[in-house]
Design a binder for this molecule. Structure first.
Ligand SMILES: [Zn+2]
Length: 256
């Protein structure tokens, strides 16, 4: 149960039982973060420590399941972490309506709705690097395909990470961990393809999408890949036909 406190706008009183010792936690928790003004909390998000609490009774680390709004004004982006399905669906509707009415489009603010805390942490890292999360998701697909096709290795998970403040991709490959370097050159190449696709098919590739995740990237990747293979063809293509034209990748991936 969350009880709204009258004293501080962005802090709610949180009453939940510790799953380990069953004592009641009665701690104030944040529901809004302005990461420019609260760099310590931004750092906790980047490190994946945010959205956890320590039980004052037994000391256990407890993952919190509250909603969190995370605003990065520098990068004109607001992340909504919303684990509750019903609230997430309603938030989705509200924001879609605003976007369609062009109320927020002109403010140049981008919104992302996130269900899983790991996705939230990853987005906060991408924002910290002032990178475009659409391009990062597409790069992840490229890397996964590279390992599958060129090396016959299965990547079971891939995450954007920071290693000594440098962007990298952290991979689980055949039950081992690996690091794949981030290439600015490849990122810029992909940026142009995405820009073209956005003009051709804004519903698929707009930077105002509310959900930019691996599912989106899997659907979008073949179309972007086609543009990368032959950018000169992009101007006279019909987006509806792209699916048929795209075949499995045989080119060299980013970072290869
Ligand atoms: Zn406890």
């Amino acid at each position: 149960m969350i009880i709204r406190s009258n004293t501080k706008q962005a802090i709610d009183q949180y009453q939940e039982k510790c799953p380990f010792c069953l004592n009641v936690l009665n701690q104030p928790i944040l529901t809004y973060i302005d990461c420019d003004k609260q760099p310590d909390l931004k750092y906790e998000a980047i490190c994946g420590h945010l959205l956890h609490s320590r039980c004052p009774h037994c000391g256990s680390q407890i993952p919190l399941s509250q909603s969190l709004t995370y605003e990065d004004k520098l990068n004109h982006t607001i992340l909504y972490f919303e684990p509750d399905d019903q609230k997430r669906s309603s938030l989705n509707k509200t924001l879609q309506k605003k976007i369609s009415e062009r109320k927020i489009r002109f403010k140049k603010t981008f919104y992302r709705i996130l269900k899983r805390r790991e996705d939230f942490y990853e987005k906060s890292r991408i924002l910290d690097c002032s990178l475009d999360d659409r391009l990062i998701e597409l790069m992840k697909i490229y890397i996964v395909q590279f390992f599958s096709i060129e090396r016959n290795q299965n990547v079971s998970s891939i995450r954007f990470q920071l290693q000594k403040d440098r962007p990298v991709f952290l991979l689980d490959i055949n039950e081992a961990k690996g690091i794949f370097g981030f290439s600015t050159e490849d990122y810029d190449l992909l940026k142009n393809a995405v820009k073209t696709l956005e003009q051709m098919d804004p519903a698929l590739c707009s930077e105002h999408l509310l959900h930019v995740d691996s599912q989106w990237a899997v659907e979008t990747f073949p179309k972007v890949q086609f543009l990368l293979m032959d950018p000169s063809k992009s101007s006279d293509l019909e987006t509806d036909n792209l699916d048929e034209l795209c075949i499995s990748p045989d080119g060299y991936p980013y970072g290869a």
